[in-house]
Write a protein of this length. Structure first.
Length: 351
């Protein structure tokens, strides 16, 4: 599928009805598991992917001696619908292909994942749900959709409701991509690479903080557990081209990015059926022990937003990831921040 390594499995969702009214016929959910499910089926962790990410981008937080240790836990990493591995604009047959792929909500994402977890594996309880960025949005959605199932939740650098400021930032990303003449309203014959490079330039100013650039951290970023590389860049332009443009040109489809972007923009646990758009009421329904981990200098998932949300979560708490990395404190590319996230995950799992 799209030239990706087949190190994952596909779960057949069948005719999957979406919250917006469309039905994805022959829908599939791509996923990978780590570790072994115990006899009681009580050691499962669900760890969803993030915007433009695939399951292997999550592996930096999984390993021997870490909180997400496959020797102790059965870890499921489901790929979001729309990310190019699960059913997406780039791999669906007509008529729901390309620019006609339907809108997907966080509720839809979690319903698909729940089918995999409950129906395929027969799992009734989750030790932890965690994730970065859009993975955090799915973590909140899991805690609201299945409050009796989710025992613990660790959303990092994300939110339960996308703020208007965040929405506007994403409008800039969308406009940069769609401005490429090659985009052709989503029915392109080749990837709109000028648009993808433009998206990278827009994103670069938001993913990291002002202090990150002021201190020129990109010159010596350290070892990235996610990429398996020591990251250091010879100039700002080198960083923008290799790290940012390289990311969005790395087998990422423009329509898939737009699908995920719509999901992100419309993130709101209050849109869960039964809550009638009441975000606060949805937060109050969460039973999980939840620690939110915003990053101190995140420019679009601000700590203040998590402080506001946490007051309505019965067992909610906020810890702030220190440092200057901003949103990408949760990416796995910062050794210090990766260790901090892992330490909080260990504490939560031990509680």
């Amino acid at each position: 599928m799209n030239g990706f390594p087949m190190d994952y499995e596909l779960y057949e969702l069948g005719d999957f009805k979406l919250q917006g009214g469309a039905t994805l016929r022959g829908a599939r959910l791509a996923y990978k598991t780590y570790g072994t499910l115990n006899a009681e089926k009580s050691n499962t962790i669900v760890y969803p992917t993030w915007y433009s990410g695939r399951h292997w981008d999550n592996e930096w937080l999984i390993g021997e001696g870490m909180a997400l240790d496959p020797a102790k836990y059965f870890i499921i990493v489901p790929n979001m619908i729309g990310n190019g591995l699960s059913s997406s604009a780039s791999n669906m047959p007509a008529p729901y292909n390309a620019g006609r792929f339907p809108n997907i909500t966080f509720y839809d994402q979690v319903e698909a994942q729940h089918q995999l977890v409950a129906e395929h594996f027969g799992i009734e309880t989750l030790a932890l749900v965690t994730g970065w960025s859009m993975g955090a949005g799915q973590t909140y959605q899991w805690a609201v959709s299945y409050p009796d199932m989710v025992q613990r939740a660790l959303p990092f650098c994300g939110s339960s409701k996308t703020s208007e400021h965040n929405f506007v930032f994403l409008e800039g990303v969308k406009a940069a991509l769609q401005a490429d003449a090659a985009f052709q309203n989503g029915f392109y014959t080749e990837q709109p690479t000028r648009g993808l490079r433009a998206v990278a330039r827009v994103y670069a100013g938001w993913g990291f903080s002002q202090a990150f650039y002021w201190d020129r951290v990109y010159e010596h970023m350290g070892f990235s557990a996610r990429l398996g590389l020591d990251l250091s860049f010879s100039s700002l332009e080198d960083f923008l081209v290799w790290y940012w443009e390289g990311h969005f040109l790395g087998q990422r489809d423009a329509n898939d990015l737009l699908t995920q972007l719509w999901t992100w923009q419309h993130g709101d646990v209050g849109a869960t059926p039964g809550f009638d758009g009441d975000h606060i009421k949805a937060l109050q329904s969460i039973k999980a022990k939840l620690i939110a981990l915003p990053a101190r200098k995140d420019l679009y998932f601000c700590p203040e937003d998590e402080d506001y949300a946490s007051q309505y979560i019965p067992n909610g708490e906020v810890r702030v990831i220190p440092g200057v990395w901003g949103h990408f404190a949760g990416s796995g590319d910062s050794p210090v921040d990766a260790a901090y996230i892992d330490s909080v995950a260990k504490e939560l799992l031990d509680s």
